[in-house]
Ligand binder design. Structure first.
Ligand SMILES: [Zn+2]
Length: 486
């Protein structure tokens, strides 16, 4: 699946499951004042957060933990061909392509009967749950593709049913798309919220899916029959026994959504989605298993919330709706929040929704954007939200972090710093990159978008979008500005 994305697989993290568990806390202004970060009384439960394979992190503040979890890159040609029953005929490449073409037709027309005419046996129950849940979300489009089709897909006739690595998903509730005028490769196309599955395909009397399993990361909609509540710009879903909680979150999610969408539009941007899909549980065990890879579940055991870019059908997918964006870049995202989010829910939702807009507007490789690019942007925006709409000109949290954590080498915070024990300060510092761009005459929204798709930090990306007569931003300039102003 490697394509022309600007990352080098050789430089990818060694843990194949995980490319992005990160988390942060906005240092509470009081809590982050010099010497007060461990002040008693400001200590939330579960101060120790396990991060990114490294170790535990002491969170400075009480506002919660934000995370954006990124799925692993789709494994290359992950087609394990199971040899289980010699009596059965075998799915050949042609029959899989034919089957997926039919399934895509059924998804495109939302023809349940047609879809399930190609599903039998153990696959009926999980796909029925998927379809029922998507109906509750009010899905509008759907797609299915193999991870990749190549000539290696031809299956020797004597082998049994094929286990086919598959990407499957729907556009749930709110349209998410690449605006026509965006100039992106995906311009005018829509995004689904796709996950990876293993489909077992047998070919007795024409190919059918006869078994269906989630990948290592399991979507909330595959684990339970959900309760779904709808607002104007948010859909909140969870377990039926948490209906009261779910209903109570809808108005808060709507307010956060309106702030993010209005702010984005007010900046002259073409808004790439109509609302947000939020999954919520006050049960840590439920929250902790939704959308996360097993390794990540452990890292994020006490995280407050996260946003997760989902997957798209692959570009080779047979019969995929031509209105859907395909390829192996990120698709649009879902948000999941847990019990620790409740104390500062609206700001946490703003932060996560900013992630969703950012990654919908500027699809990226699953692995290449530096954390400073997307976490700096989400923190920049949630600080504006918390400060009545403008980035604080004086801010004790930033001042504390400048005094104690600003690199003497004038370097942009690294991924390691942004997932390390002092991550909260590095998030604060990263947020100021966008404020620095703003006061230097840049359109910080454009910079955030371009930096994310280019896989660059905001300073490096500045030369791409520098206004006429404005010099590219430099780390030295940023540090001097920070020291002068904070
Ligand atoms: Zn974040």
């Amino acid at each position: 699946m490697q394509n022309n994305q600007p990352h080098d697989p050789a430089q990818m993290p060694s843990e194949p499951q995980q490319f992005g568990a990160e988390q942060v806390v906005a240092p509470n202004i009081e809590a982050a004042a010099p010497g007060t970060e461990e002040r008693s009384g400001l200590t939330p439960k579960g101060l120790m957060y396990w991060i990114s394979g490294g170790g535990a992190m002491l969170i400075l503040a009480i506002i919660g933990v934000f995370a954006l979890v990124m799925p692993p890159a789709v494994p290359p040609l992950a087609t394990n061909l199971g040899v289980t029953d010699n009596k059965q005929q075998v799915a050949t490449m042609e029959s899989v392509a034919d089957l997926y073409t039919e399934l895509n037709t059924a998804l495109q027309t939302q023809d349940r009967e047609l879809f399930f005419s190609y599903v039998s046996g153990d696959a009926v129950a999980p796909l029925t749950r998927w379809w029922d849940n998507m109906d509750k979300f009010g899905w509008t489009m759907g797609g299915i593709s193999t991870v990749e089709i190549t000539d290696e897909w031809i299956v020797p006739a004597e082998e049994g049913p094929a286990e086919v690595q598959t990407i499957f998903g729907a556009a749930m509730g709110f349209s998410a798309f690449s605006p026509r005028g965006s100039g992106n490769r995906d311009a005018g196309l829509h995004f689904i919220q796709g996950m990876q599955y293993t489909a077992t395909i047998s070919d007795d009397e024409g190919p059918k899916i006869t078994a269906w399993q989630s990948g290592e990361a399991k979507a909330a909609w595959d684990l339970a029959d959900l309760y779904v509540a709808k607002g104007e710009h948010s859909i909140v879903a969870g377990l039926p026994e948490e209906q009261e909680l779910i209903d109570s979150i809808v108005p808060v999610a709507d307010q956060a959504a309106v702030w993010v969408l209005d702010d984005f539009a007010a900046a002259g941007r073409e808004v790439p989605l109509g609302g947000f899909n939020v999954f919520v549980s006050e049960d840590q065990a439920n929250f902790g298993q939704w959308f996360l890879w097993p390794q990540t579940q452990e890292w994020l055991f006490d995280v407050a919330g996260y946003a997760i870019p989902m997957q798209r059908p692959t570009s080779s997918g047979a019969g995929v709706d031509p209105l859907l964006a395909t390829g192996d870049s990120t698709s649009t995202s879902v948000v999941s929040i847990g019990p620790s989010a409740m104390s500062d829910l609206e700001r946490i939702l703003v932060h996560e929704f900013v992630h969703v807009v950012h990654f919908t507007e500027s699809s990226s490789s699953f692995v290449s954007p530096p954390r400073a690019t997307f976490e700096g942007w989400a923190r920049y925006q949630d600080k504006r939200f918390a400060n009545g709409g403008s980035f604080p000109g004086s801010d004790s949290a930033i001042s504390y972090c400048v005094a104690n954590f600003l690199s003497t080498e004038a370097a942009v915070p690294t991924d390691a710093q942004l997932t390390g024990p002092d991550a909260s300060c590095y998030y604060e510092l990263a947020s100021t990159l966008y404020r620095y761009a703003e006061v230097s005459g840049y359109d910080q929204y454009q910079l955030a978008k371009v930096a994310n798709s280019a896989g660059e930090n905001p300073l490096n990306a500045s030369s791409i979008v520098a206004p006429e007569g404005v010099a590219p931003l430099s780390a030295e300039g940023w540090v001097n500005w920070l020291r002068e102003n904070y």
